[in-house]
Design a protein around this ligand. Structure first.
Ligand code: R5P
Length: 315
């Protein structure tokens, strides 16, 4: 790797950024990212970045607003330090579930976040499995939108769940994602569990479409937050005769309580990625397995830095 590339990390992605740097064979850039006593974000870039191709890795996970501000302030610091090009690497793009108005007098927060990132001085964005792919269009700078599907499917294949596997979505909005996953896995058909959200942290299953009787069902989603969507769908699957139920999701945006709830649920295993660092309790869970996205992000960075095509990484 050439010497004019540098990767920095906000506090939302320290471990993943370390893995990315290991894969690139470079040390992580030195930066102080802390808080003033009044909790304002304090950043200082501790090495010369003049003329460099710089990447800032920062997920917008909890504490979301602090992590977002760190990202914006790091970009501002790098811009004022004369970095040549600044790419924000946002493994988990927060506020993505607020990408449209669902009622009058609501904001479009995802658009506001995109505006803020550009206004701070970012030249490009690399992200993964946006909840709403249309968010790419909220930016007027290049966005490389990576997908974790190949990684997750490869891991599921290694789990050798048998021939009677059926893949599905816990809601209508995820059908295309489930279809793609099923096709990659070589499974035969899909199921859909329709849900009704009764509150921000609870859902009620409405109907299950598809034949799951006697089969191993894999629920595929982009985000796990409270786990309610997956657990409600899993109960329906069991009621309809599914022999085993597993779940896969890209972003483990786990709320407090989600790990315990998933541990006590009928779901036998939950596969996620490291776009969001998981807590110690999730690390100790016998059901949750994490596969790393570091090599994929590293390869995207390598290709962008070397002006090579990254489109092969989108599939
Ligand atoms: C919603 O449309 C998303 O794709 C996920 O299904 C949702 O964010 C999961 O949230 P929870 O785990 O709280 O049900």
């Amino acid at each position: 790797m050439e010497g004019d590339l540098q990767v920095f990390s906000g506090r939302g992605s320290t471990a993943l950024a370390g893995g990315i740097c290991d894969a690139l064979g470079i040390p992580l850039g030195q930066a102080q990212v802390a808080q003033f006593p009044n909790r304002e974000t304090r950043v200082r870039i501790e090495e010369n970045v003049r003329g460099l191709d710089v990447y800032v890795v920062q997920s917008m996970c909890a504490p979301v607003n602090d992590n977002l501000m760190q990202l914006l302030i790091m970009v501002d610091a790098l811009r004022r330090s004369s970095a040549d090009r600044i790419t924000t690497v946002i493994p988990y793009f927060g506020y993505a579930r607020q990408e449209k108005k669902t009622a009058g007098r609501e904001p479009i927060s995802a658009k506001l976040v995109a505006n803020l990132i550009q206004a701070a001085g970012a030249d490009r964005v690399i992200t993964m499995d946006l909840h709403a792919p249309a968010i790419e269009g909220f930016f007027d700078i290049p966005v490389d939108h990576l997908r974790a599907a190949a990684l997750l499917v490869g891991t599921v294949r290694d789990m050798e769940l048998g021939p009677e596997v059926v893949v599905g979505s816990p809601d209508a909005g995820g059908v295309a994602r489930a279809e793609d996953f099923s096709r990659r896995l070589g499974a035969q058909d899909i199921f859909v569990s329709f849900k009704k959200r009764t509150s921000p942290d609870d859902v009620a299953p409405l109907q299950l479409v598809g034949d799951v009787n006697g089969r191993t069902a894999i629920l595929v989603d982009d985000i796990i937050s409270t786990g309610s969507s997956l657990m409600a769908a899993a109960r329906s699957l069991k009621d309809r005769g599914a022999e085993h139920v597993y779940a896969c999701a890209v972003h483990p945006d786990l709320t407090e309580g989600a790990v315990g709830a998933l541990q006590g649920s009928v779901i036998e295993g939950v596969l996620v990625t490291d776009t969001i660092p998981i807590s110690n309790s999730a690390n100790g869970s016998s059901k949750i397995r994490v596969c790393t996205t570091a090599p994929l992000f590293a390869e995207a960075i390598r290709r962008i830095h070397n002006h090579e095509s990254v489109s092969a990484l989108f599939s």
